[in-house]
Design a protein around this ligand. Sequence first.
Ligand code: GDP
Length: 470
Amino acid sequence: EGMTIVELAKRTGESIRVLQDILVNVGEKVDSEFDPLSIDVAELVAMEVGVNVRRLHSNEGAKVLVRPAVVTVMGHVDHGKTSLLDALRETSVAAKEAGGITQHIGAFVVSMPSGASITFLDTPGHAAFSAMRARGAAVTDIVVLVVAADDGVMPQTLEAMAHAKAAGVPIVVAINKCDKPAADPERVRLQLASEGLPLEEMGGDVQVVEVSAVNKLGLDKLEECLLLQAELMDLKARIDGPAQAYVVEARLDRGRGPLATAIVKAGTLLCGQHVVVGSEWGRIRAIRDVVGKLTERGIPAMPVEIEGLRGLPMAGDDIVVVDSEERARMLSAGRKKKHEKNRLMKVDEEKIDTLDSSEEEGPKRVEMPVIVKADVQGTVQAVTDSLKTLNSPQVFVNVVHVGVGPISQSDVDLAQACGACIVGFNVRSPPISVSQAATRAGIKVKVHRVIYHLLEDMGSLIVDKAPGIF
Ligand code: GDP
C-alpha cells in the first residue's frame, strides 16, 4: 500500500533528510524510515520537491478523459490581442446567455456546436505567460500568435515565438486586421517563415488563419484550427482523485475576501476541500464557474473561481488539496519558510546544485542559456556566432533568443523562465526598472561594446556556474 521514505527518496531523487524536513512541515510524524507513508502524504511530499504527482499517483483504473485545450494569446503591442480575445469571448455560449456581459475572471470558455470547447486565458501578452512558467505552471497548451496584417512581424512577435518555443508550446498564427486596406497577409507569412516558423502551407505544422477582430471575420476558422491542434496533441486528463490546479488570476474582493481563478490540470476540485495555494492556504467555501454561477466542482481545463483562501495567491501558484486544516496550515508555513530561505541562499544553492550533479555522472556538459540583444541585426548575428565559439564538449552556450534593441522587461521575463543570462551588445544599459527586476530575479545582465570583453565575461559566468570546467 504505502511507500516508505526510503523508497520515496529513490523515486524522487531527493535525500531522505530533505524529505523528512518536508514531512515535519506537513505535520506528519515518522518514527522510522521504514514506516510506510500513506499515498496521499507521499504524493504531497513528492510535489513539494517538484516531482509530478502523476508519476506516483497510479493512473491505473483512473478515468482519463479528453480535456479541452487551454489557449494563451500573444503578439506585438497593438496587433489586436485584446480585441481578438473580446471577439472570441463574444462567441462563447456563456456570453450569449449572460447577454454579452460576463464577469472578468481571467479566463473564458468557447463551446463549439460539436460539444467540444476551448479555454482561453484572458490575460494577453507574454508577461503573464512567462511569469506563470517561471513559477513552474505549465497551463497553456497552445499559443495564438497575433500578427497585424498591416504591420507584420515586430520585436514582440519574435519574443512571443521565443517564449512559446522555450516552453515547447505549439503556435497557431492569427493574422489580424485583414479588413484593413493596407493588409498584406502574404508578407506576414513570408516574414514568419523566414524567422523559422514552419508554416503549414509551406510543409510545416503551424496553422495560419486570417482574421479581423473588429469585423469578427475568421473567428470560427481560428477556433476550428485550435480544436484541430488540440486533437493532434491528444490532451487528456485524469478526472477522478485530488485536483492538481494552477492559479491564473487572483484578486481581493471586499465582501468575499481573496478570490482565485484556477484552472484544474487533473483531478477534481471540490467545495469544502482544504487547499494550499502557493504559500497561502484555506478551505474552499465556494466554487463559481465563468459566469459566476455556483458549482460543486472544478474539472480539468475548466476555469473556476474559488473563495475561502486566507491570503492572496499569485498567478502561477499551484493548488494542492490536503486532508485537514492542520496540514494545510503547516504546508503553507513550511513553504513560506522555504521561500524565505531560498531568497537568502539563492546563490549558494546554485553552486551546490552544479557540484552535486557533476558528482554523480562525471563531468557533464554545462548548458548556458543566453539571450542576445544588439543594436542592429548584423551585430546580433556576429555576437551569436562568437558566443558559439565558446562551445566545447564541456560547455554548451544555448542562444535561446535574439533581438534588436535595448534590453526590456520581457527579456528579463524570458530569461527567468529559462534560467538564461542576458547579453547586450552596443545597446544602452537597460532602464533602472528593468535592471532592478533582473537583480531581483537573480539574472545576470552583461552589456558590452567589445566582443572580446563580452566573451571574457561569458567565460567567467560559465566558470561561476561550473567551477573547474576549463
Ligand atoms: P493589443 O495591444 O494587442 O491588445 O491590441 P488591441 O486589441 O488593443 O488593438 C489595438 C488597436 O488595433 C485598437 O485600436 C483596435 O481597435 C485595433 N484593431 C484590433 N483588431 C483590429 C482588426 O481586426 N481590424 C482593425 N481595423 N483594427 C483592429
